[in-house]
Each structure stands twice: as structure tokens, then as C-alpha cells.
Design a protein around this ligand. Structure first.
Ligand code: GLP
Length: 242
């Protein structure tokens, strides 16, 4: 069952998501957060930083696991998700460095890296709250259409539409990595609670399919309908076709 919260625009989406996350952070002693990258959560992270600066929350006892990372991009590469997370959130808050987790896209043994990442998540029992964006093709994390719902953290090939969509961050489309490490769909589904954010008309088709379509591996986000606690926070433009 999806709970859908309609908000007016991007700012309202960020605000609503921030409220929910702060609420969970306050109620959990050792919150384990699953985090996402992309344009969608930037406003949310900005608000979280403000709440931290106002001393409303602390991240001393929090732990984070990001959904994905590009294969081949090092932590200090401005296009790596590690760099993004550090710039947009981590360097501004009090989370201890050793409690931050992202897959390492430059690991010598990528398969081992995936298994280790999966084990690390299991060692915490579960992710308390997983944040998700939505790919225009329905991907969650970097789990592209056709990915088995039983998937665990693995190295994945990015499809052309994803490479095109993400090329806006790179100097040239040829610089966009063609592979990533992504948390698996099964791993995502084991989170206690999930919040999916969507804003803007570029997400309208995907949101309509998520809300009205069948549960199918052709559309990875559709599996969320089988989760017991998912909230979709989407703005009017994203909900325009639903
Ligand atoms: C990217 C990321 C996803 C993200 C999605 C949407 O490729 N791997 O985790 O949620 O696509 O991105 P955006 O928020 O920029 O639209």
C-alpha cells in the first residue's frame, strides 16, 4: 500500500520530507538511515542542515547507508555520490565519519565490496528509514527495469536513458560511468519504512505508473506497493498524470 501525500511544489516536498525525517530521528535512539542522491533530495538535505544548525537534531548516534555509487569514480571525484553526500549534507552535520556508508566504486574487488556492503546493512538488522528518488524509467537506486525483485547489492549496468538523464552533471556524456554499485531491491524492501520523493513534470509518467500500474519487474518502483510502510511525497507537477 502506498500512502501518497500531494504537496504543491518542490519546496513543500522538501519541507514535508524534512518534517517526517526529523520526527523519526527524534524517536529512534540509533537511527539507521538509507540515503539517496540526485537533484530531488537536495532541498531536503538543505533543510536538515538548517534543523541541525538550530540544534533541533543531532546525528551523533545516526548511521547512514547510501543507495548507490558509480563504478570507477573515487571519493574526491566531484561526480561521485560520496562527494555529493559530503558537500550536500555530511560535512555540515555532526555525523561521525565512520558511521557514513556508501559503496566504494573504486574497490579492487567489486563483488566483494557489494557483499561486504550487504553484510554491513544486515549487521544493523535493518535500515529504519530509506529515502528514495525515482528514475524516469521507474528505477530505484540504480536498479534498472528488469532487475529481479530478489536482487541484493550488486554491480549493475546503467541503461541509456539513465546515462542520458544523469549526463547533465558531467562535462560530456562520454564521462558518465556505465556501471554502478546499487543496493538491491530486496535490500531496499527490508527497510522498516520508505519515503519516495518526486517533483516536476519529468516524473509525471513514472508517478502515474507507480500509482496506477501493476507490480512488475519492468518497473522496479512498483514493488513498493508490496511494502507495509511507504509514503510517496510528490508535488502537483509529478502527480499531474496520476
Ligand atoms: C539517479 C539515482 C537515483 C535517483 C534517480 C533520480 O540515477 N541513481 O538514486 O533517485 O536517478 O534522480 P533525480 O532526483 O536527479 O531526478
Amino acid at each position: 500500500m502506498l500512502k501518497v501525500i500531494q504537496v504543491k511544489d518542490y519546496d513543500d516536498m522538501s519541507e514535508k520530507a524534512c518534517e517526517m525525517i526529523i520526527d523519526r530521528l527524534k524517536s529512534l535512539e540509533n537511527p539507521v538511515l538509507g540515503l539517496a542522491t540526485g537533484s530531488t533530495p537536495e532541498g531536503l538535505y538543505q533543510r536538515i542542515i538548517e534543523k541541525y544548525e538550530q540544534k533541533e537534531i543531532s546525528f551523533q548516534n545516526a548511521m547512514t547507508f547510501n543507495l548507490d555509487e558509480y563504478v570507477g569514480l573515487a571519493k574526491d571525484d566531484p561526480n561521485s555520490y560520496y562527494y555529493y553526500m559530503n558537500e550536500k549534507l555530511f560535512k555540515h552535520i555532526d555525523i561521525p565519519k565512520e558511521r557514513i556508508h556508501l559503496p566504494n566504486g573504486t574497490a579492487a574487488d567489486l563483488e566483494k565490496e557489494c557483499n561486504d556492503y550487504e553484510q554491513l546493512i544486515h549487521a544493523q538488522n535493518h535500515i529504519d528509514l530509506q529515502l528514495l528518488g525515482l528514475g524516469v524509467n521507474g528505477h530505484i537506486g540504480f536498479n534498472e527495469p528488469g532487475t529481479p525483485f530478489s536482487s541484493r547489492t550488486s554491480v549493475v549496468d546503467l541503461v541509456e536513458s539513465t546515462i542520458n538523464a544523469n549526463s547533465r552533471f558531467f562535462d560530456s556524456i562520454d564521462d558518465v560511468p556505465t556501471q554502478a554499485i546499487s543496493m538491491g531491491i530486496k535490500t531496499i524492501m527490508e527497510s522498516q519504512e520508505i519515503i519516495l520523493l518526486a517533483s516536476g513534470d519529468s516524473k509525471a509518467e513514472a508517478i502515474a505508473r507507480l500509482i496506477n500500474g501493476e507490480v512488475s519487474e519492468d518497473f522496479p518502483a512498483s514493488i513498493l506497493k508490496n511494502h507495509k510502510r511507504v509514503t510517496v511525497i510528490a508535488d502537483e507537477a509529478a502527480l499531474a498524470k496520476a
